[in-house]
Each structure stands twice: as C-alpha cells, then as structure tokens.
Design a protein around this ligand. Structure first.
Ligand code: HEM
Length: 140
C-alpha cells in the first residue's frame, strides 16, 4: 500500500467511527443475503461480535500508518477465526459486504479513488489474517 492510499484510508476513519453501527448492519445484511451459507459460521458468535468487527475496521483505518499497533488484536482474532473454521475463501465474502457498507455510509464521499483505496486496504488486511491463520492451522 503506498502513502497516498494510506492517507485516503486514514481520512475516512472519523466517518467510519461515527457510523460504526450502520456499517455493521449494512455489512451483515449484504453478507447474509449474498452468502446465506455464512450464517452457519456465525451461529455461535456473541451478540456483540458484530460491533467488534466494525470497531476493528475503524481501528485499522485510524492506524494504517502504524499497523504494528494492531498486531496483538489481529493475533487474537486470528485464533478465534481458526476456532470457528474461517477459511481464505470466506474473505472475499466479507470484503464485498464491507466495501458495500463503506460505500453506503460514505455516500457522496465514496469516490472511485476512495473505493479503490479501500479495496486495496481490505485485501491487504485479509492477506495478513489469512497468513496468520494458515500458521495456526498448520500448528494445530
Ligand atoms: C479482515 C476481515 C475481518 C476482520 C477485521 C474480522 C474481525 C473480527 C473480530 C474483531 C471478531 C471478534 C473477536 C472477539 O470476539 O474478540 C471476529 C470474530 C468472528 N469473525 Fe471475523 N473478521 C474478518 C473476517 C472474517 C471472515 C472472512 C469471516 C467469515 C465469513 C469471519 C467470521 C467471524 C466469526 C464467525 C467470528 C465470531 C466467532 C465466534 O465468536 O464464534 N470474519 N472477527
């Protein structure tokens, strides 16, 4: 991710924080509508899990220039994902839904430039999770 992309992502952080609940509800609405099979993965999730994902997306945007500060949180979530049998092929499902939620929440501010930056940034984060989860699956 280059510096220009990071700057765009960071500039969206305050809006994402403000509209965390909208992001959450749009995201899961889109996810379960397009991929009903994902419901099964979430069947034992705590009711507040939904908020946690939106919080992490915000934290990622706010700390995109200091990703080391997220490492502990990423490790913790990766373990939970592995316990829930989350696989690499599930990441595009969440990505699609998250990008749609960001597009709706940002409204007119969701320019092509902003959406391209988020597409790249989500892909980057997904790769970080997938790599960590692969290590955990191999070790288990
Ligand atoms: C970059 C993308 C993702 C982020 C930022 C993310 C973030 C999180 C967070 C913060 C939690 C809560 C952990 C806790 O309880 O402390 C969580 C749990 C969970 N995630 Fe993800 N996640 C991502 C991708 C995915 C994908 C692709 C799936 C599968 C479609 C998924 C399914 C779940 C499930 C089922 C739980 C709850 C597990 C349980 O408590 O039973 N996540 N995720």
């Amino acid at each position: 991710m280059n510096e220009a992309t990071k700057a765009i992502i960071k500039s969206t952080a305050p809006v994402l924080k403000k509209h965390g609940e909208d992001i959450t509800s749009v995201m899961y609405g889109v996810l379960f509508e397009r991929h009903p099979e994902a419901k099964d993965l979430f069947k034992d999730a705590a009711p507040d899990q939904y908020k946690k994902l939106a919080n992490m997306v915000y934290a990622y945007a706010a700390n995109i220039d200091n990703l080391g500060s997220l490492q502990k949180g990423i490790d913790k979530v990766a373990k939970i994902h592995v316990d829930t049998s989350i696989l690499p092929e599930h990441y595009p499902w969440v990505g699609e839904a998250l990008l749609e939620a960001i597009r709706q929440v940002l409204g007119d501010a969701a320019t092509d430039e902003v959406m391209d930056a988020w597409t790249e940034a989500y892909g980057f984060l997904a790769e970080v999770f997938i790599a960590r989860e692969k290590e955990l699956y191999i070790a288990s």
